[in-house]
Design a protein around this ligand. Structure first.
Ligand SMILES: [Zn+2]
Length: 369
């Protein structure tokens, strides 16, 4: 009951904050949760085109688009895949999206320059995963700890060239505890934190990125290092929910557009390094060492350099998007020129989970984020 009250307060606050012009929103209640229609979203964000064919809704304007399908927990914004906080619901003639998703996902992605309390980045804290005796995942060619450090070092060079300060949680092959990584990052003002990892799971390939799950929202990285997978209590990192998702999306979209990897989506989790951090933070899984094709690509220096450069560019894109009026989700637009996704939007999260249980989680990284 306490939890329900808490969630209600969070959502109510979110409504007040996001749906600033309350008269323009009609909030509907569906199974104890607040929703709005996609038609309402189209109207509020001034998408001239709104279509609903079968169960797929599509909102389009000249420079941006949202696509979603009722019954799934996915949403595509400018072609970039996001996992929603709650499923998209079909009710009568309307498809509904939760108010939480409007405030925590759509709003900061479509209007990053309106995120409150943004600061121009001075310092980027790069966090290459694992190190020392903790090798992370591996294949016959190399280890996650080495690849992550390598990618981070390239990103560092590029960020320094862009005039930013860079701090590394580790810059050699040493073990650093998750607590120490967070404490280190929390020393820097006007900073962002980017944790770099690689994945392993049979059948998986592609890039997935994580922002801290908003309070009241269950993680969708089931096997990871949570106190409890269903825990929904707020963390210090939730103070930066809009920054977290914007930073995550900016890096994710840039990496996808520059590397052409499969889009496993922007997801939410309560990884240790995202929980108690006082600056905007993200964690990117740059690809699967276990996939024969992707594993081979990652083993090349050139591919890892491109990954590092793309991560740095994504951070710069975030910095520009939240600090200047850029006319919207500039960081996701690059994706619109790419070919359509190999996997259809009709594929619900549940089907994906059922088809490949290990696929959704960074199984080999259990406990190490
Ligand atoms: Zn890892």
């Amino acid at each position: 009951m306490r939890l329900l009250n808490f969630v209600f307060v969070v959502v109510a606050t979110a409504v007040a904050a996001t749906l600033a012009n309350a008269g323009e929103w009609t909030v509907l209640h569906h199974e104890k949760r607040d929703y709005v229609t996609f038609a309402n979203v189209a109207q509020f964000y001034q998408f001239p085109e709104y279509t609903r064919v079968s169960r797929t809704v599509s909102l389009r304007s000249e420079h941006r688009g949202i696509r979603a399908q009722a019954g799934t927990s996915e949403l595509y914004i400018n072609g970039v895949r996001f996992f929603t906080d709650f499923p998209i619901v079909s009710e009568g003639a309307d498809d509904l999206i939760s108010v939480m998703d409007v405030s925590k996902l759509i709003e900061p992605i479509l209007r990053p320059s309106r995120i409150a309390n943004t600061q121009k980045i001075e310092t980027v804290v790069l966090d290459p995963g694992h190190g020392g005796t903790d090798q992370g995942t591996m294949n016959g060619r190399g280890t996650e700890k080495d690849y992550a450090l390598d990618v981070a070092m390239t990103a560092r060079e590029q960020l320094l060239r862009a005039g930013l300060k860079v701090e590394m949680t580790r810059s050699s092959d040493v073990g650093v505890s998750l607590e120490d990584r967070v404490q280190f990052a929390n020393r820097f003002p006007h900073a962002v934190f980017v944790s770099i990892h690689f994945n392993s799971a049979s059948g998986g390939s592609g890039v997935e990125s994580y922002a801290l799950a908003p309070a009241g929202v269950v993680s969708n990285a089931a096997a990871e290092s949570h106190a409890s997978p269903t825990e929904v209590q707020p963390c210090a990192g939730n103070a930066h929910d809009p920054h977290n998702i914007a930073l995550t999306a900016a890096i994710h979209a840039t990496v996808l557009s520059q590397l052409g990897a499969f889009d496993r989506g922007v997801r939410h989790a309560r990884f240790h390094v995202l929980r108690n951090i006082n600056i905007p933070a993200t964690l990117i899984e740059c690809g699967f060492l276990s996939d024969p094709v992707e594993g081979q690509r990652i083993a090349t220096v050139q591919y890892r350099q491109r990954l590092g450069q793309a991560i740095a560019k994504g951070i710069e894109n975030y910095n520009a998007a939240v600090n200047y009026r850029t006319g919207g989700a500039s960081f996701a637009v690059a994706r619109t020129n790419l070919p359509p996704h190999a996997h259809s939007i009709t594929e619900p999260l549940e089907a994906q989970l059922n088809a490949a249980p290990a696929n959704d989680a960074a199984a080999s990284n259990n406990g190490s984020h």
